[in-house]
Design a protein around this ligand. Structure first.
Ligand code: NAD
Length: 436
């Protein structure tokens, strides 16, 4: 099939590359000329494991191309995917301006029947909005359909998730257009759910809101464990063995960040309010999440009192492991609070350093490794759960530090082991341990 994918970010680029790998002819479109230039030169604008090889292979086989010319890409395609960003406005609502701009561009280039697929995360009702924009602005009286096909990939395993999704949701206005999408996805041999358009749009928000709820629920339980002297890791291990609960997304920590959960929970609260429903449960989920970084820094303040002039080695800057994405990362909540309290921050992340530098500027000292960051530090703070932090040589780390003290915002170490290695260790929802 001839496909165009508009928006070459984490979702669009991976989706386009995977469709090309399945044998389709794909054009990826972006309005960011520098991004398209880089992609044409074989450079990836984002870090995603396996992406570079996938893109290069399909470019070499002439199944994948890049352009800034939306009109040309649309005219060449039978199916047009919209995968542009839908960030939050200050009100918490989704900013749909990029989706609207693309819909307008599609309308102007529409020259024969096409299927327009919304892959961006958009509030219920956006399918109708896109339909209206195209219907009002098309230059020829040609027919088209608008489908909702929400994306569930996770950054860090985006290719694997796109090749082997748990489910493929297709919200279609009629059976015939649903069949076109079924055919496109058939080679993946994964479960497909066909719904109407509004239900598909809701499935995405309901799923992300539920996952965010699981995280905040466990973090609230961790708060109680802290007060009661219980161990949250043991609590969730047993909870997760109940198949009605499930073990995934039950880790206590600094809370969720990233480009999806914070904005999608905010948007669902706003959508519900707009429809006349006060989603109090989800408001509380957001509130619990908001407190996480505050509590973490307050704990450091209490233990190190004062924080002024203390050197803190922050390990992990990306919003989660295996990505360079800093959007709504917990480091962005933690580091400014530390700096405000007068602490000196030495930071390290395996891949997010370039993005971090543009965010924090010279206020932070950037280090080439965890060990370099720990040199002369009064404490190490684990903010992102990168595997390489789990595998650190803690004895070496301790030897470099001014004081053997770890604040673990992700519970990546076993307290007894760290204590035996001579550290004072504070984690989340577990008793602190002190060297003997
Ligand atoms: P992104 O910010 O990484 O990429 C969006 C791209 O769209 C950018 O390259 C931008 O230049 C381009 N763009 C913006 N306006 C454009 C226009 N008018 N014409 C052409 N290109 C335009 O975003 P992302 O993370 O890939 O997310 C895209 C959508 O998918 C969002 O709605 C997001 O909520 C959703 N989503 C993201 C993830 C994720 O993990 N990142 C997962 C599932 C769903």
């Amino acid at each position: 099939m001839n496909i165009s994918v508009v928006g070459t970010g984490y979702v669009g680029l991976v989706t386009g590359a995977v469709f090309a790998d399945l044998g389709n002819d794909v054009v990826c479109v972006d309005k960011d000329a520098a991004k398209i230039e880089a992609l044409r030169a074989g450079r990836m604008p984002i870090y995603e494991p396996g992406l570079e090889e996938l893109v290069q292979r399909n470019v070499a086989d002439r199944r994948l191309a890049f352009t800034t010319d939306l009109g040309d890409a649309v005219r060449r395609s039978d199916i047009v995917f919209i995968a542009v960003g839908t960030p939050s406005k200050t009100t918490g609502e989704s900013d749909l301006s990029a989706v609207e701009e693309v819909a307008l561009g599609i309308a102007r280039a529409l020259d024969r029947y096409k299927v327009i697929v919304n892959k961006s995360t958009v509030p219920v009702g956006t399918g109708d909005l896109v339909r209206d924009i195209i219907a009002r602005n098309r230059r020829r009286p040609v027919d088209f359909d608008v489908v909702s096909n929400p994306e569930f990939l996770r950054e860090g395993s985006a290719i694997e998730d796109t090749l082997r999704p748990d489910r493929i949701v297709i919200g279609a206005p009629n059976q015939q257009v649903a069949m076109t999408l079924l055919e496109l996805y058939a080679p993946l041999e994964r479960p497909m759910i066909i719904t109407d358009v509004p239900s598909a749009e809701m499935i995405k928000y309901a799923s992300n809101a539920f996952l965010a709820t699981k995280i905040s629920f466990v973090n609230a339980i961790a708060n109680i464990c802290d007060l009661a002297g219980a161990d949250v890791t043991q609590v969730v291990k047993a909870m997760g063995m109940d198949p009605r609960i499930g073990g995934a997304f039950l880790q206590a920590g600094l809370g969720y960040g990233g480009s999806c959960f914070p904005k999608d929970t905010d948007a669902l609260i706003q959508t519900a309010a707009g429809l006349g429903y006060d989603f109090r449960l989800l408001r509380a989920v957001v509130e619990v999440n908001r407190e996480r970084a505050q509590r973490f820094v307050a704990l450091m303040q209490k233990v190190l009192d004062p924080l002024d002039d203390r050197v803190i080695a922050v390990l992990g800057l990306a919003f989660k492991a295996k990505t360079d994405d800093m959007r709504e990362a917990r480091s962005v909540e933690v580091i400014p609070r530390l700096l405000d309290a007068g602490a000196r921050v030495r930071a390290y992340d395996p891949v997010a350093m370039p993005n971090a530098k543009t965010l924090f500027g010279p206020a932070v000292e950037y280090c080439a490794s965890s060990y370099e960051a720990a040199e002369g530090a009064d404490a190490v703070a684990i903010v992102t759960e990168w595997n390489e932090f789990k595998l650190l040589n803690l004895e070496r780390l301790r030897g470099l530090m001014r004081r053997p003290l770890i604040f673990d915002g992700r519970n990546i170490y076993e307290p007894e082991r760290v204590r035996r290695l001579g550290f004072e260790y504070h984690s989340v929802g577990r008793k602190p341990v002190y060297p003997t």
